[in-house]
Design a protein around this ligand. Structure first.
Ligand SMILES: *[C@@H]1O[C@H](CO)[C@@H](O)[C@H](O)[C@H]1NC(C)=O
Ligand SMILES: *[C@@H]1O[C@H](CO)[C@@H](O)[C@H](O)[C@H]1NC(C)=O
Ligand SMILES: *[C@@H]1O[C@H](CO)[C@@H](O)[C@H](O)[C@H]1NC(C)=O
Length: 202
């Protein structure tokens, strides 16, 4: 009995230890094909262009994650800059490997997430506010302002937080329409209509 308890505790601790990016046994990780490592390796210039660019016409994410910035390997951090034209949305999605801490630099945003009991937590945030989306939960942001642009910076506790878009993963990946129709308690025609709408969008 005690042994079982110890096993359960050990397993719980193991789970906690695995809940973030793995720890590394070196100060940093250098890609094997890189011969010179200096300050340049630890510098990411990909956001410079944003400062001079005009407002995008649709919602736009610019990431500095492992894929764009190899020096983040093993460091458990990343950033994204989020630009929201008037009346634009970042549709419901999750980040399987990290919480998201959003800092609203300009404009206002309606934000929300849904917990595992299906309770919605939402708020209209103002310029200068921060909002945290807990790890792995479905969340969204909406700039409901008809005139004003909004821009936010989000921090992640993973170098590769991952994004699973709810509309995309459910409706554009080839899941059999009959399965979707049953799941949404509707008919195949309705599912086809949703799919058609999503394919026009992008
Ligand atoms: C190293 O390999 C990566 C991925 O293949 C590539 O993106 C990068 O440009 C390479 N770097 C150098 C210095 O060759
Ligand atoms: C740093 O390394 C890069 C190659 O990764 C090289 O182009 C650059 O000249 C180096 N800078 C200094 C100050 O040595
Ligand atoms: C933005 O544009 C100005 C004028 O063209 C230039 O001087 C400045 O270096 C640019 N800034 C960035 C971050 O690219």
């Amino acid at each position: 009995m005690e042994f079982l308890f110890a096993l359960v505790v050990a397993f719980a601790c193991f789970q906690v230890a695995l809940s973030g990016d793995p720890n590394i046994l070196s100060d940093f990780i250098v890609p094997t094909n890189l011969t010179i490592v200096n300050g340049t390796f630890f510098t990411y210039t990909g956001m410079r262009a944003l400062l001079n660019s005009s407002e995008p016409s649709t919602f736009k994410v610019t990431k500095a994650s492992l894929a764009e910035f190899p020096a983040l390997d093993g460091q458990s951090v990343s950033f994204a800059v989020l630009q929201y034209p008037a009346d634009s949305i970042n549709p419901p999605h999750t980040h399987p490997r990290s919480a998201e801490l959003l800092f609203l630099l300009s404009g206002t945003l309606e934000v929300g997430f849904v917990d595992t009991t299906n309770k919605l937590f939402s708020k209209v945030i103002q310029t200068g506010d921060m909002f945290v989306f807990p790890k792995g939960l479905v969340h969204y942001q909406y700039n409901s302002d008809a005139k004003n642009y909004a821009v936010a910076v989000s921090a992640f506790g993973s170098s590769s937080a991952g994004t699973v878009s709810v509309p995309t993963s459910v409706f554009t990946t080839g899941i059999y329409e009959g399965v979707l129709a049953k799941s949404f308690n509707t008919d195949v025609k309705t599912i086809e209509k949703i799919k058609a709408g999503l394919s026009q969008k992008s």
